[in-house]
Design a protein around this ligand. Structure first.
Ligand code: FAD
Length: 619
């Protein structure tokens, strides 16, 4: 029996119908049809991670944790693809080519014309790092990965090719409040000041893409793109895939900046009135403690109302603001963030004035995010919200946590991201884990080291606030391993208590083989198996196949971060990949060595036309 699915191409009415046979593999045909992508209610949408197809246990290989086995690493690739990969890495080792890659690519495009240039890119960089132009063209890549036990995280990687000046101008405009500064506004904390020098957020960032706000219409378009990604994931990965999104794509960054600052001020306010240190939003204080603190001031009308509005969770721990409200589409920010002055009892705002237009923009951002997550929930596809710069991140993290509370009631649909290069990473994760436990929602987290280190440090130095990054690489690694161990320990605790261990799900998103090895060893030591389906691993397409592929083939939950988009529009992404590869020479050297050995092995056995054929099934 064949299942039918249709995939829409961006900006086109032509449709491709995928026929999915009973083994779960694809055949595809173009049909002239105006049918939209099938809705979640269609019978085929029942084919999800729990369907018989995906539950079929495929072949499993033993895992060599030295990640030195070139046969296992590359058996999913043709020999021509290996030669292409080797060539790409050789080109990435050239300082001149890497430094001038964008100029060279543009020059070649103008000399060769689009057709030949596209062909050239597909046989080199694009072919190696990008899965295809649209949801249909990426299917063979996803299908191949799947047959070798690896699942996709889809990212539509089209980026605007802005000059530095354009990026700076857009950012300064979009990060500045609409209202002129008011004398009653609290003065900005240095971290949240808009500074033109750091307005181009792409500065020294290779590991992540950057969105620059243009207007509400572009945010609306970004939402639609994310939704198309969700649909593509659903229909191309049997519900096992993930979509990656960035909050800066969905709204005006000024609002994230303002909320981040409020969170920082709230922490300070709580420290002042509750005592102690730490970065928690919810100090372990009860309303009674606060009433005692305000004493007679508590009789004043405003203070009384403030205390009445404050919410507590089931253990009586107080939340200064009804944070859950910020993911409601009727949220009024200016009404939310007011606190009584501890000395006078007079109410004061923790934000600068927010214009009605900005309130509307914030509600738009939240509506877009709610739309995306609702569709993810209907399609049963998970969604990972990327972590960004520290001046946005408190807001991104808080909004994501509230989305988790709202949507992760039966399973982890929304995943947050924690950057372990931050001094506060461990404490953040523990605080959020505790909130998830108290409020009984599923906690999903991607752990990364962090992509913005250089600009974070330079900005902190220039604007005069404490460097948020760990002192050195070793401290970041220690933070990563400590945070991961704590998550594993809590999962085991859930298992032992007979609770659902899936209440905590973690993605180890790292190209560092020591960290991947650490995770595997800790899983064994603590007693968590791949079959528990609570720990997964993620690396980028075209990077560290020697880690991802053996993991997938051995039955670990392994993901490739899959960029896709038209050749010309993913050039900025490719440019960053080239530069990043130059920066991680040690890993590249290992990948190059393994590629060379495997190419020679295949050629010496006459396997130039080796055809990869996998019979693995992702866990
Ligand atoms: C699937 C996936 C998703 C990702 N999503 C995000 C995301 O949402 N947000 C994000 O910020 N990044 C994200 N990243 C990028 C990630 O944060 C890292 O930049 C990248 O993976 C390199 O780290 P590593 O562990 O792979 O490699 P390693 O080479 O082991 O580590 C390099 C990293 O170590 C840290 N580091 C290096 N030197 C120092 C130092 N002197 N002091 C302190 N720390 C140091 C930096 O974070 C640097 O990026 C993602 C990566 C992957 C694979």
């Amino acid at each position: 029996m064949a299942f039918f699915r249709s995939f829409g191409k961006f900006g086109s009415n032509s449709m491709k119908i995928l026929l999915i046979n009973k083994n779960g593999y694809f055949n595809s045909k173009f049909l002239s049809s105006s049918t939209r992508i099938m809705s979640a209610a269609s019978p085929t949408s029942q084919l999800n991670a729990n369907s018989p197809q995906s539950q079929k246990i495929g072949k499993r290989d033993p895992l060599d944790t030295s990640f030195d086995n070139h046969i296992d690493a590359f058996k999913s690739k043709t020999t021509v693809e290996l030669i292409r990969a080797y060539l790409v890495y050789v080109l990435c080792s050239s300082e001149y080519l890497v430094e001038n890659n964008m100029k060279i690519m543009k020059l070649m495009n103008s000399i060769l014309g689009d057709k030949v240039f596209n062909m050239l890119m597909k046989s080199t960089f694009y072919g190696h790092f990008v899965a295809g132009e649209d949801q249909v063209k990426i299917v063979p890549c996803l299908e191949r990965l799947r047959s070798f036990g690896v699942k996709p995280i889809l990212d539509y990687s089209v980026e605007e090719d802005l000059s530095q000046e354009e990026a700076e101008e857009r950012e300064v405009t979009a990060a500045t409040p609409l209202a002129a500064p008011n004398p009653s506004d609290p003065s900005h904390l240095p971290q949240y000041v808009v500074d033109k020098t750091f307005a181009d957020r792409r500065y020294k960032v290779l590991g992540a893409r950057t969105y620059f706000y243009l207007n509400e219409a572009t945010c609306e378009r970004n939402m639609e793109i994310f939704i198309k990604c969700l649909e593509a994931v659903k229909y191309s990965s049997f519900g096992t895939g993930i979509t990656a999104i960035k909050l800066t794509a969905l709204g005006r960054p000024n609002l994230l900046l303002q909320i981040s600052e409020v969170i920082q001020r709230t922490r300070q306010y709580m420290r002042d009135i509750a005592g102690g240190t730490g970065n928690v939003l919810t100090h372990h204080k009860t309303i009674k403690d606060l009433e005692k603190y305000f004493g007679k001031l508590g009789d004043q009308k405003d203070v009384k109302e403030f205390l009445e509005r404050m919410t507590t969770d089931k253990e009586g721990i107080l939340h200064l603001f009804p944070w859950s409200g910020i993911v409601n589409e009727e949220c009024q920010l200016s009404d939310t963030f007011r606190v009584p002055d501890p000395k006078t009892g007079q109410m004061r705002r923790l934000t600068s004035q927010i214009q009605p237009k900005e309130e509307e923009m914030f509600r738009n951002m939240i509506r877009r995010l709610n739309n995306i997550v609702k569709i993810a929930e209907e399609l049963d596809v998970r969604i990972m919200i990327d972590a960004e710069q520290t001046y946005f991140q408190p807001a991104i993290s808080r909004i994501t946590l509230e989305m988790m509370r709202k949507y992760n009631t039966k399973k982890a649909i929304v995943f947050n991201t924690y950057q372990c290069y931050l001094k506060e990473a461990y404490q953040e994760v523990v605080t959020d884990l505790e909130q998830a436990s108290r409020q009984n929602f599923y906690f999903g987290a991607k752990l990364v080291r962090g992509a913005y280190m250089d600009q974070e440090r330079a900005r902190a130095d220039a604007l005069g606030y404490e460097d948020p990054i760990n002192a050195n690489y070793e401290a970041t690694t220690e933070m990563y391993h400590k945070t991961l161990t704590e998550c594993l320990r809590r999962i085991k605790h859930l298992k032992n208590a007979g609770a659902d261990p899936k209440k905590i799900a973690i993605m180890v998103a790292s190209h560092n083989e020591d960290t991947v090895r650490f995770a595997i060893e800790k899983m064994k030591e603590i007693g968590i198996s791949p079959e528990d389906k609570v720990i997964c691993f993620g690396q980028l397409l075209g990077m560290c196949d020697y880690i991802t592929m053996p993991l997938g083939q051995a039955g670990y939950s392994a993901y490739k971060y899959i960029p896709y988009g038209p050749v010309k529009e993913v050039l900025p992404y490719l440019s960053r990949r080239a530069q990043e590869n130059k920066g991680v020479l040690k890993k590249i050297q290992k990948e190059k060595r393994l590629l060379k050995t495997e190419i020679f092995r295949r050629l010496s056995r006459g396997q130039l036309f080796y055809k990869p054929k996998g019979d693995y099934v992702p866990i």
